[in-house]
Structures are given as C-alpha cells and as structure tokens.
Write a new protein. Structure first.
Lengths: 287, 253
C-alpha cells in the first residue's frame, strides 16, 4: 500500500519536474525573441536595411547596416561552399571506403566531435596567428577560411549521420549492378541522403552567420560593402557587438536592428531546411 | 546430371576472423537450370552466395581460399576486373533495395553503366526488362515516380528487372521471397521458371517447399559443409545422407 503511494508520488514529482523544465525553456525562448523584437522592430526601417552607416559605424547617427547584412551573407555563403567542398568527400569517404574499418571511422568521428567542441574564439585566434605569420591583414577571404574550418566538423557529422543510415544491402546491390564506389557515392548515397545533406548545409550556414568570435580578428569591421576578397568586411554579429556599446541611441538602434535581422535569417534557415528535407524525404527509400 | 556446368567451386574455405564458416565446399552448378542451395538458417548459404560475386571483398575480416570458376574463368584471384565479374551476376537480396530514384532510372542505372544508349533505345530496353519481371503492366503509367512508392513485392520485381538490365548470365537470389507476401512470392517463382531457359539461376532458401517447387539441382548445406548435392529428383526422393533425410522430414530447421 505504502509502496504504491511512494510510486505515485515519485511519478507525480518527475512528471511535474519535466513539465516545469519544458515551461522554463519555452518561456526563456519567448523572452529572448520578445526582447529582441521589442527593441529591434522600432529601429527597423527601409533606411536601416538599404544604407551603410554614415560617418563611421561607432559615431555616425545616419545610415543603416547594409554593410553588415551583405558582408555576413558573403562570408557565410563563401564559408559554406568551401566547407561543403571539403565535408561531402570526407563524409562519403568515411561511409563508403572506410566502412569496414570501424576503428578508423570512429576515431575520425571522435576527432570531429572534439573539433566541434572547440570554442570559436580559439578558431579566430588560430586564424589570426596564421595570418600574422603570413603577413596577411584581416580580410573577407581570411574570415571565409576560418569560418569554414569552424563549420566543417558540424557539416561532416550532419552528413555522416545521414550516410550511416544507408544499409549495407544497398551498397551490395549497387556493386552487383557493376557500379564503382564513386558511382555509389555520388549517384546513390548523395541522392538517398539528400535531406541530411541539405540540413547539414543549412545548419552550418546558420552557425556561420551567427558566429562573432571567429570573425573578430580575421575579417575586421568596416562601413563599406566589400568588393574583393582581400577587403575587411562587416558582419551582423559584430555589428551588434560594436554598436551596442555606443552611447549614441541611433547607433544602439543599429545594433538592435542587426540582432533582429540575424534572428530572422537564422529562423528562416531552419524553416527552409525543414521544408526542403521534407520534400526530398519522399524520394528516399525507407529501409 | 550430365550437361555443361556454369559455376564450379573447388575447395572453397571462408573464415570470418578466426571462425571457419565455409568448410571445403565443392559444388557444380549446371547451366540454364535452377539450382537451389538448401539448408537451415546460419549454415553459410548466404556467405557462399557472397563469395560467388566477391562481395566478401567489402569486409576485410573475411578471408577466402579455394577456387571458383565461371565458364572456366577463375574469379577469386583475378584482381582487376571485379566489376565485370559482378556484372555477369544479377543479385536479388533477401529484401528489395531499390535505388533512391524513379522507377525508370532504377532500370536505366545499370544500362547506363554498361554503355551509353540513345533515349529511344533505352525506353525500349526498360520496357523489355520490366516485362520480363512482369512489372510493366503495374508501372507503365508511372515510370517517373520514385521507386519508394512501390509495394515490397513490386520493389523486389523492380530489383530483378534492374539486375536483368545489366545483362548477366547468372542470377543469384538470396532468399528472394522471404520478405514477400504469398502472391508476390508466387510471381517471383513464376518469373524464375520462365527465365531459366536463358539464365543460370542460383537460389538460396531454407523453405523446403519452395525448393521442391523450383529446383532442378539441389545443394544441401549444414553447418558450413555441403552434405549432399545432385539432381532435385534424386535428392528429394532418395537422399543418401542421414542429415538430408532428417531435414527433408522436417526434423530440424
């Protein structure tokens, strides 16, 4: 009888604990979104997204954050493309050529997870020290390379999780049709795991556009829109970071606007990734 | 059985790590007949099948010794042309593995690998192979749809058509009906009987009744050894070995 009562109390306790935790996280999320929108929406205007800051980003009261929007898009797109060119072959190699060497593959996975855990400021500092060694200045190209390094582990692991789900039977069947390993990689694995690849790409893009620390030393900040890879480039996260500390309210507003736009971009990306992977899931075979 | 042999296996041994899985296998598989490899689960039937088209290469822990001849060509140690050897053997696995693309492109996949073909010719060939696998009537109006929309039974026939499209002379079928419902199972068996005039067919199964229905030649395996082999009538009516007799009487599975 008592045992039953204890079990009921136990059940109730854990249930309410889980409920409470869920409430806290949802509340926190809503609060963040609310406070960003609350401060950001009033400062959003057409001028804000169509002009670069006038009279210096730290002191000028006029102008918007077009430099940071364009800069961030350039930087993240460049880094994502570079990372994709490296990640896809690695993920395919791990799952097709190394499939029978479980220890090697697991070692690589462990290494990638370690890299994933390294703070982005460390990537930034690493990139910065290499740039000093080579006598380079902060530039869009340097930022693209460092951010690509930052997101490569994320991208590889996202694709790897997808490729892992391909059953050995599919590989065997394809081999017995006379397909080579490269044909299996690019015509079967890529197709079967397309939703995972898209998710991996968009996830990495989201991480790339939102990261401030890795671009702090490597891309710098400027009022202008970059016209070549060797120029310094403004980014949205740094736009928030630099301008929020300004005592001038108009400059502060630019920081809030940058935060809103960044949030909207990241939100759009995750919605987009769900839609796209949903569409392509239909043509994948369920095993 | 007198007549030409298509596949000859001599002193084949297979080890997975230190475990001795196939023990000194010697079999002959007659040309353009259905050979059924029969035996209880775990006796090495599937492994033997994997040796035949060298899928064992995929797994470094699998070590194969002995000889396998196909039309007097030794295939186990010829290093450079695995793809060509594999293309001579269509493989039908326990459950269908259609490729993640449309029905049309599933068949075209093998054809295109074999050689580049013109679109019209490709269409005709695809129709031909789908008809051979008696799938054409069911899918002719939705060739562009993904293969994932087919039922399991249809997928298995699609895999058969896809295998035939590579133009093999041997069909290896590893318990091809074990995942299928009785209707699809019947369809597959019927296709095999039609196909045996132009292909050498090897079927692995543990279902005795299926073996009786289809076999021209039977190889009975038990615990990694070939216990008995011969023409189906002889083996089923007058088994020489005790173990074969017990299996036929349903003593063990």
């Amino acid at each position: 009888m008592i045992k039953k009562l204890v079990r009921t109390i136990e059940e109730g306790f854990f249930r309410s604990f889980m409920f409470l935790s869920t409430c806290i996280i949802i509340f926190a999320l809503c609060l963040i979104v609310f406070s960003i929108l609350n401060k950001g929406i009033p400062s959003l205007s057409f001028e804000m997204i169509s002009q670069t800051p006038k009279g210096g980003f730290y002191f000028g009261r006029e102008g918007g954050i077009l430099n940071a929007i364009i800069g961030s898009l350039y930087l993240s797109a460049g880094a994502t493309i570079l990372a994709l060119a490296i990640s896809l072959p690695v993920a395919l190699y791990m799952n097709i050529h190394l499939i029978s060497r479980k220890k090697t593959v697991n070692a690589i996975r462990f290494l990638l997870d370690l890299l994933w855990g390294i703070p982005s400021i460390v990537y930034g500092a690493f990139g910065f020290s290499i740039m000093i060694m080579l006598g380079m200045k902060a530039s869009l190209l340097a930022g693209i390379i460092v951010v690509a390094l930052l997101i490569i582990p994320i991208m590889i692991r996202a694709m790897d999780e997808g490729f892992k789900t391909v059953p050995p039977g599919l590989t065997e069947s394809s081999l017995s049709l006379g397909a080579t390993k490269s044909e299996i990689a690019f015509r079967i694995f890529v197709r079967q795991c397309f939703p995972f690849i898209i998710t991996g790409i968009l996830l990495s893009f989201g991480r790339a556009i939102g990261d401030a620390a890795s671009v702090l030393f490597t891309t710098g900040f400027t009022d202008r829109i970059p016209t070549s890879l060797t120029q310094q480039t403004a980014t949205l996260p740094l736009s928030v970071f630099f301008q929020l500390s300004s005592p001038i309210p108009e400059v502060k507003n630019r920081a809030y606007a940058a935060a809103v736009i960044l949030t909207i971009i990241v939100l759009l990306i995750s919605i987009l990734s769900r839609i796209i992977s949903g569409v392509y899931k239909k043509s994948s075979i369920k095993f | 059985m007198n007549g030409p042999y298509k596949i000859r296996v001599e002193n084949l041994n297979m080890y997975a790590g230190k475990i001795h899985i196939l023990k000194n296998i010697n079999i002959r598989i007659p040309k353009n007949k259905i050979t059924v490899i029969l035996g209880p689960s775990g006796c090495g039937k599937t492994t033997l099948m994997k040796c035949l088209n060298r899928l064992t290469d995929l797994y470094p822990e699998m070590h194969v010794t002995g000889k396998i001849f196909i039309d007097d060509e030794e295939i186990l140690h010829a290093r450079n042309d695995i793809t060509r050897i594999r293309k001579r053997m269509g493989l039908l696995s326990q459950r269908p593995y259609p490729l993640p693309m449309s029905i049309y492109r599933n068949i075209a996949f093998g054809l295109k690998i074999s050689e580049r073909r013109k679109k019209k010719l490709l269409d005709r060939r695809i129709e031909h192979y789908l008809k051979q696998a008696s799938l054409w009537d069911e899918v002719s109006d939705r060739l562009k749809e993904p293969a994932s929309c087919l039922s399991i039974g249809q997928q298995q026939r699609l895999c058969l058509a896809r295998g035939l499209a590579v133009d093999p002379d041997i069909i290896l079928a590893d318990e091809p009906t074990s995942a299928l419902d009785p209707m699809s199972c019947q369809a597959i068996e019927k296709i095999f009987i039609e196909l045996k005039h132009s292909y050498t067919i090897v079927i692995v199964t543990h279902v005795l009744r299926q073996a009786v229905r289809m076999a021209d030649y039977v190889v009975f395996m038990y615990l990694g050894e070939v216990i008995e082999q011969g023409p189906a009538k002889e083996v089923f009516n007058n088994p020489k070995e005790e173990k074969t007799k017990s299996y036929l009487q349903g003593v063990f599975y």
